[in-house]
Structures are given as structure tokens and as C-alpha cells.
Design a protein around this ligand. Structure first.
Ligand code: CP
Length: 294
């Protein structure tokens, strides 16, 4: 049984191997997994992650299957365990899962299925999104070569963001100086990151600036969008010279980033992230199918 669940479970060597592998796929490396079948089970909405996994599976010569929750027999009461067992019997042995349930993948990993299976975390609750952190790191390395001693500023809804948690888990392994900045209602102390409430101070001398979407679907109480925009929105005026702008997407225009900044040359890195997502996911699936991930 081999899985990718969290960044914390990967060593720096494994991360570097994944980055090298993604880089070689980007340079045209070929693989042929024509006997492999992968299910995409997304219990939460997605555009980038779902399509880039599907694209990655196709480029590897394997076969992706979209699990449409609304038309599946889960709607008739079938449990996820029974669903996976049946898909396993049909011939699918790799499952890419996005879920709001923090412990679902952990529970699935404990089950002795009909045949050996792999699980890949495609975004789990508020806690982890490992392939996003890997593609973000890959993009940072392309732009600034190393993150060691570089100032990486993460802005916005830290509290509800699995992207922030996985990025911090990864960046601290490689010696980045990580700053989070947010209004009090989005603050969360995360080991490995320093919190600075003042946006201007946080942005001073930044090498990488990562904005996050307000996770409206996870908020317990309403917040003032106007207050957030006034104090934490990035624009042409406050964006630090020479920094790179990142965002996992989807972007809420004119909330976390002004349209003017997003549509400028500075905003291109966000599309580079989406592009790199395909190569990182090819690298992850390749490594898993070769049995090299724990
Ligand atoms: N970054 C990210 O996870 O985007 P999607 O929700 O569109 O997959």
C-alpha cells in the first residue's frame, strides 16, 4: 500500500525527487501506464486540481475515471468503503480524493480492500493539500532557485486554508523565512511561520507573496469583505518590487488581488502554478505507481 497523504509524511529527499521528476516530465519525459486505472473522487468542488490530475493521468498513458457523486450509488446509501471495494474489483487501484473530512483518508488507509490500493490526497478539509504545496514549491524554484532564507509571505484566510498549512509544512523543511499576515478573524498560529498583522511590514522585502482566497464555505460567521479589502488586498501600489505573486486559485478578483495587478505581467505566475500542477501530479502518480511513496 503506497499513498500520498500529507507533506509531513514526505522527506526532503522525496520532495526533491518529485520536483526533479516533475521537471523532467515538463522537459518531455515519457511514461506509459496503459494498464493503470485511476479514479478521481472529488467530494468538494474543484477546477485546477481535478483537471490537472485528469490531464496528468492521460499524459502518463493511464486511464482516469471521474466519480460523479451526484450520479453514484452513494446517493442510494452505499458507503465509501464499499464503493472503493467495488471499484477495486472492477480494476481501479488508485484513488485521488478531495474531501472535507479530515480523517477520511487515514481511515481508508487502515482498511484491507479487495486488492491493494493507493490513495492520493487532492485537498483535505482545512489541513492539507500536498500536491498544491509541491506545485507551489516547484514554481518558486523555477523563479528564485531556492527558498532557503527567502521571505515568503502568506496573506489572508490562513485559518481555513489547507494550502497555507501544506505550504508552511513544506517551506519550513527547506529553510524559508515564512510570514503570515491576516486580520484577527483569519489568524492561526502555525508552527514554522511568524505572524505579522501589519500588511505593509509583512510585505517589506518579500521574495514571494502568496495570497489566499477567503474560504466562504468554511466560515462560521460572516466577515466584512470591505474591511479585508481595505487592509489586506494586494494591488499595484502595495505589491513589493521584485517579489513574485502566487495564488492557489480560484482567485476572487478585487478581493485578495486587484484586477489590475492580476492582469498585469506580475499575475502570470499564477498561471505558471496551474501549468506546473500537471507535471507535479504526473510525478506523484508515477512515483506512487512505481511503489516509491510510503
Ligand atoms: N488550488 C485548487 O485546489 O484549486 P481547485 O479548488 O480549483 O482545485
Amino acid at each position: 500500500m503506497r499513498h500520498l497523504d500529507t507533506i509531513e509524511n514526505l522527506t526532503t529527499v522525496e520532495i526533491e525527487e518529485l520536483i526533479d521528476s516533475a521537471s523532467s516530465f515538463k522537459s518531455g519525459r515519457y511514461a506509459n501506464y496503459s494498464t493503470k486505472h485511476v479514479a478521481l473522487m472529488f467530494f468538494e468542488n474543484s477546477t485546477r486540481t481535478r483537471f490537472s490530475f485528469e490531464c496528468a493521468i492521460n499524459r502518463l498513458g493511464a486511464h482516469p475515471y471521474i466519480f460523479d457523486i451526484s450520479k453514484s450509488s452513494n446517493q442510494k446509501g452505499e458507503t465509501i468503503k464499499d464503493t472503493i471495494n467495488n471499484l477495486c474489483a472492477i480494476g481501479i487501484n488508485t484513488f485521488v480524493i478531495r474531501t472535507k473530512e479530515e480523517d477520511l483518508i487515514d481511515k481508508l488507509k487502515q482498511i484491507d480492500f479487495y486488492k491493494p490500493v493507493h490513495f492520493i490526497n487532492a485537498g483535505k478539509g482545512k489541513s492539507s493539500h500536498p500536491t498544491q504545496a509541491l506545485l507551489d514549491y516547484f514554481t518558486m524554484l523555477e523563479k528564485i532557485k531556492t527558498v532557503k532564507n527567502k521571505k515568503v509571505v502568506i496573506i489572508g484566510d490562513i485559518k481555513h486554508s489547507r494550502v497555507a498549512k501544506s505550504n508552511i509544512a513544506l517551506l519550513k523543511k527547506f529553510g524559508a523565512n515564512i510570514i503570515t499576515t491576516a486580520p484577527e478573524y483569519f489568524k492561526e498560529d502555525i508552527n514554522g511561520a511568524f505572524f505579522e498583522p501589519d500588511l505593509k511590514k509583512a510585505l517589506d522585502g518579500a521574495d514571494v507573496v502568496m495570497a489566499l482566497r477567503i474560504q466562504n464555505e468554511r466560515l462560521d460567521e460572516a466577515i466584512s469583505k470591505e474591511d479585508f479589502i481595505k487592509n489586506y488586498s494586494l494591488n499595484m501600489e502595495n505589491f513589493p518590487k521584485n517579489a513574485i505573486l502566487m495564488h492557489p486559485g480560484p482567485v476572487n478578483r478585487d478581493v485578495e488581488i486587484s484586477s489590475e495587478l492580476l492582469d498585469s505581467k506580475i499575475g502570470i505566475t499564477i498561471l505558471n502554478q496551474a501549468e506546473n500542477g500537471v507535471y507535479i501530479r504526473m510525478a506523484v502518480i508515477d512515483k506512487i505507481l512505481k511503489g516509491q511513496l510510503k
